[in-house]
Design a protein around this ligand. Sequence first.
Ligand code: PLP
Length: 375
Amino acid sequence: MSTLEELAKQPLPPADEIAGRWVVQAHDHLTEPSEYERIMGELRFGKDFSDYMAHSIWTRAAGWGEKTIKPYGPLPVTPGTAVLHYGQEIFEGLKAYRREDDSIWMFRPGFNAHRFNQSARRLALPELPVEDFVGSCVDLVRADARWVPTTAGATLYLRPVMYASQDFLGVRPADEVTYFCVASPSGPYFKSGFAPVSIYVSQEFHRAGPGGTGAAKTSGNYAGAMQAQVIAQEQGYDQVCFLDAVTGTYLDELGGMNVFVVYQDGHVATPALTGCILEGGTRATIMQLLRDEGVEVREARISLLMLLDQIKSGKVTECFACGTAAVVTPIGRLGGEDFNVEIPVGTMTKHIHDLITGIQWGTVEDTHGWCYRVK
Ligand SMILES: *Cc1c(COP(=O)(O)O)cnc(C)c1O
């Protein structure tokens, strides 16, 4: 089991115990009812934001300062703000779910809290205590409860961020850092249901290399993946899959999702954590759920050439991508400079999707205690 999985197993205090650390400020321009109705009727991804945001500033001299839930709005950015120059930034992504009985839940927020600190260490940013991270989400979601959708499959997407906010051009870790968490009411990622995506395997670009920042959730990894994404989309693909930077032959992951391969003999594989892959909470959850069902899960080196052969021969029956935003998405086509293979959409992908979303929405038993009640 990975270090992150071990840490994520530590129980969190109930929300009532950690609520109130982030102090809610007065808000004098709450979203008007008509605008609120429009937003909640459309539910796009990441386009609209709730009324509030969590906010705190850290200084090297004094540590974390006042922790507030304040009106969503601009942050001060001067041209000298360090993050604009050197990209010292990390982020997370998690969701708040409203269930049938109106209770509001998060899924494994401790995993995200520990991963945030793992990313912080790699980017030489200060750590945020796990209970403050989770507390910021709890207090924000409670203040913004009306923004947690009631529509099936829709959620309030939470985006915690930490960045170098010091006004300084020196190349060293910033002495002032800002943490914030914003919330965006979002619809189901795929409006058209469970549609397979096409993946372009980049043989030209890599997203991460040995000793680099691939295992941290940091903006620079995304910036470095954008050109490959543009090329893939120009050629009619939805997303990019990156190969390992050392040999250029093994699958790493997509720009923002992990990958799984399902074999005809019943076992399932996902690329091993080499330090160049972001350890997804969805990835960890899927591995556990499959093992619970007695399915053999291997963390392996998955060779692209072998995979293409195995797809053609039928030894590989399904491939899928996973991450918090889209949960589980079938991969229907894998292409590159000199190959293009179709992959059938099978039952395992759908089964895992239904299992994990069932647990998240409270319709399937949560035997691991992953669901965390916010309200
Ligand atoms: C966030 C992310 C994932 C998915 O992680 P989850 O915890 O499952 O949402 C996978 N790969 C990259 C590069 C990511 O940034």
